[in-house]
Design a binder for this molecule. Structure first.
Ligand SMILES: *Cc1c(COP(=O)(O)O)cnc(C)c1O
Length: 406
C-alpha cells in the first residue's frame, strides 16, 4: 500500500465540500454564446471583455502572421532571439501605457510568479493585499521575502506595516481591479505610501488594461501615474488574454527595472518565446483598443454594466430581494453576486444552466469562506437582450432556490 491511494480520499473530500472543479469542452458560437458539451449556452464566464477574441480583426492578423512567421518560436528569446513582431509589440505596449519600456511574456500567471522573486529575496519585505491574485501570492512565496498581508484595500494598515518594517528593500504588490470582487485599488494612495516609505510598487492590471483610463490605456494611466508624471518606482504588469482577446502578458516601467527583469526573470529566460502569430494578434487588438472601435466597445460594455446593476438593484424584483443575495459595489465588467453558501451558489448556477445560461459559481479557496458567489463577467459581445435574459433567469433561480430546504 502506498500513499497513492490517498488521492481517492482527497478527491472524495473535495466532493463532500462541493469543491470539486469540472471543465467543459466548448466551441464558440455567435456573440457571447458558447456550445458547451453540445448544448448552446449564453455565457457570462469569459474575461474577453471587449469581445475581441472571436473578432475578424484578430483572425486576419493571425492568418497574415502565420504566412510570414510560421507557428512556433523555436527557443527562449535569450537563446534564439525574439521575432520582429514581438519586438514591435513591446514598443507599442510601452507607448500605449505611457512607460519607457515593456517586456512581452507568453503568460500572465508565470510572469507574476517570477517577476516578484526577481525583484525581492531573502531579507526583503513584501506587502500584499489580502485579495491579490494567486500568481502574485505564489511569486511572493517563491521570493523568500518576508510577506506582510494587509486587509483588502486597507491603506492605513499598509502604512503601519511599512513603517514597522526594518527591511531596506520593500515591495508593495496589488491587483488594480480585483478579479473576484471587481473593485479598483486606490493607486494614488498606494503610490503615495510607496513614496513615503521608499518602496517599489508592482501593479497587476489584468482586468484594467484595455478598459480603464483614456483609450483603455489602463489603471495606471487612469490614475495619472504615467507619461510626463511617470513614477520611477512602479512596475506595471498586465495580461493580454482578457480585454486584448489573445493570451500572454507584459511588464512595463522605467528602463533599469525592465532591464533587470529581462536579466533575472526565470519564466522569461527559461521559456520558449511567445509565437509571433500571437504577438501580431495582440498588436491588432491593441490598435483596436486605442482607436474608435475600442471606444465603441467600451461604451457598449459600460451600458451593459449599468443595465445589469439597474436590474438587480433593491426594490426592483421581490424574488431577488427575498433571496438575500448582494451585488458587490463594482463599476467594472466583473459583477459578483454574493450568494454565501457553497451549495446555494451551485444550486443557482445549476438553475441558470437549466435555463440556458452559463454563469460560474466561485467558491473558496478562490474567495473567502461564506462568500461563494456568481461571478458575472460582462462583455461588449453581450447585447441588451442578453442582459434581459440573465435578469429573468436570476429571478427564476431566486424563487426556485428559495423553495429548497435549508
Ligand atoms: C488572469 C490573471 C492573471 C493570469 O494571467 P494569464 O495570462 O491568464 O496567465 C494574473 N493576474 C490576474 C489579476 C488575473 O486575473
Amino acid at each position: 500500500m502506498t500513499w497513492l491511494n490517498e488521492f481517492d480520499d482527497r478527491l472524495a473530500a473535495l466532493d463532500a465540500q462541493s469543491l470539486r472543479r469540472r471543465r467543459r469542452e466548448v466551441v464558440p458560437e455567435q456573440g457571447a454564446r458558447l456550445n458547451v458539451d453540445g448544448e448552446s449556452l449564453l455565457a457570462f464566464c469569459s474575461n474577453d471583455y471587449l469581445g475581441l477574441a472571436q473578432s475578424a480583426l484578430l483572425r486576419e492578423a493571425v492568418h497574415t502572421a502565420v504566412d510570414r512567421y510560421g507557428v512556433g518560436s523555436g527557443a527562449s528569446p535569450m537563446v534564439s532571439g525574439h521575432s520582429a513582431a514581438n519586438g514591435a509589440l513591446e514598443r507599442e505596449l510601452a507607448e500605449a501605457v505611457g512607460l519607457p519600456r515593456a517586456l512581452y511574456f507568453y503568460a500572465g500567471y508565470s510572469t507574476n510568479a517570477s517577476i516578484v522573486p526577481a525583484l525581492v529575496g531573502e531579507g526583503d519585505a513584501l506587502f500584499s493585499d489580502a485579495l491579490n491574485h494567486a500568481c502574485l501570492i505564489d511569486g511572493a512565496r517563491l521570493s523568500k521575502a518576508t510577506v506582510h498581508r494587509y486587509r483588502h484595500a486597507d491603506l492605513q494598515q499598509l502604512d503601519a506595516l511599512l513603517a514597522a518594517s526594518p527591511a531596506r528593500r520593500k515591495l508593495v504588490i496589488s491587483d488594480t481591479v480585483f478579479s473576484m470582487d471587481g473593485d479598483i485599488a486606490d493607486l494614488a494612495g498606494l503610490h503615495a505610501l510607496c513614496e513615503r516609505h521608499d518602496a517599489l510598487l508592482l501593479l497587476d492590471d489584468a482586468h484594467g488594461f484595455g478598459l480603464l483610463g483614456p483609450q483603455g490605456r489602463g489603471a495606471l494611466a487612469a490614475a495619472g501615474l504615467t507619461g510626463p508624471r511617470m513614477s520611477q518606482r512602479v512596475v506595471y504588469m498586465a495580461t493580454l488574454g482578457k480585454a486584448l482577446g489573445v493570451a500572454g502578458a507584459f511588464v512595463a516601467g522605467p528602463d533599469r527595472l525592465v532591464e533587470w527583469l529581462l536579466q533575472k526573470t526565470r519564466s522569461y529566460t527559461y521559456a520558449t518565446a511567445a509565437p509571433a502569430l500571437l504577438a501580431e494578434a495582440v498588436r491588432a487588438g491593441l490598435r483596436c483598443v486605442l482607436g474608435a472601435d475600442g471606444e465603441r466597445r467600451r461604451q457598449h460594455l459600460r451600458a451593459r454594466i449599468a443595465q445589469l446593476r439597474e436590474g438587480l438593484a433593491p426594490g426592483v424584483d421581490a424574488a431577488i430581494d427575498a433571496a438575500g443575495w448582494s451585488l458587490m459595489p463594482s463599476t467594472t465588467a466583473i459583477q459578483p453576486l454574493v450568494i454565501g453558501d457553497n451549495d446555494d451558489a451551485l444550486a443557482v448556477m445549476a438553475s441558470l444552466r437549466e435555463q440556458g445560461l452559463w454563469v460560474p459559481a466561485i467558491r473558496p479557496p478562490t474567495v473567502p469562506l461564506g462568500t461563494a458567489r456568481l461571478r458575472i463577467a460582462l462583455s461588449a459581445a453581450h447585447q441588451p437582450e442578453d442582459i434581459d435574459v440573465l435578469l429573468r433567469a436570476l429571478r427564476v433561480a431566486a424563487s426556485v432556490t428559495a423553495a429548497l430546504p435549508a
